[in-house]
Design a protein around this ligand. Structure first.
Ligand SMILES: *[C@@H]1O[C@H](CO)[C@@H](O)[C@H](O)[C@H]1NC(C)=O
Ligand SMILES: *[C@@H]1O[C@H](CO)[C@@H](O)[C@H](O)[C@H]1NC(C)=O
Ligand SMILES: *[C@@H]1O[C@H](CO)[C@@H](O)[C@H](O)[C@H]1NC(C)=O
Length: 128
């Protein structure tokens, strides 16, 4: 076999090894449970708070580490076009937010943390 052919075959098998190994790299949807706010939390418009989430069971490679926090009221997302926070790393475990100026106070607000999928906090209260 010519040296060129040997090199070519080596390259071929090296590439094949890389391709077949690729699916073994752990890739996971990681959307951790929100720890704060909790049920019973009361926030006032304009205050700053750290929303926090669990970093237990963080996979070695997060498919989408880019986080987004969206407000919900009465079980419905109300701020998809105006996230409370976005483009932060989910690996941080917390993000400081300013309580948005909601139209009406209520005890049925929740925050949904998005990575690839969503995870909701319990309902909590926002006062004016
Ligand atoms: C949020 O957490 C950071 C880091 O612990 C801290 O520096 C900051 O003061 C906290 N913000 C609030 C509003 O508690
Ligand atoms: C919040 O309350 C609404 C009803 O007002 C309910 O539909 C929704 O499931 C609750 N959300 C959570 C996360 O418990
Ligand atoms: C998101 O964060 C990345 C890295 O910090 C930055 O390059 C990018 O411009 C940000 N995108 C938005 C929409 O803020």
């Amino acid at each position: 076999m010519s040296p060129f052919m040997t090199y070519f075959l080596f390259l071929f098998f090296a590439l094949a090894a890389v391709v077949s190994a690729a699916p073994l790299i752990p890739r996971d949807d990681f959307v951790p449970p929100i720890l704060y706010p909790q049920a019973g939390t009361v926030w006032t418009v304009g205050q700053k708070h750290n929303v926090t989430w669990s970093l237990n069971n963080v996979p070695s490679q997060i498919t989408n580490p880019n986080g987004k926090l969206v407000l919900a009221k009465g079980g419905y997302l109300i701020g998809l076009d105006k996230p409370i926070a976005q483009n932060f790393s989910i690996a941080l475990g917390r993000i400081e937010i300013t309580v948005p100026d909601v139209q009406e106070p209520g005890n049925d607000y929740a925050l949904v943390l998005f990575g690839n999928s969503g995870n909701s906090s319990p309902n909590f209260t926002i006062n004016k």
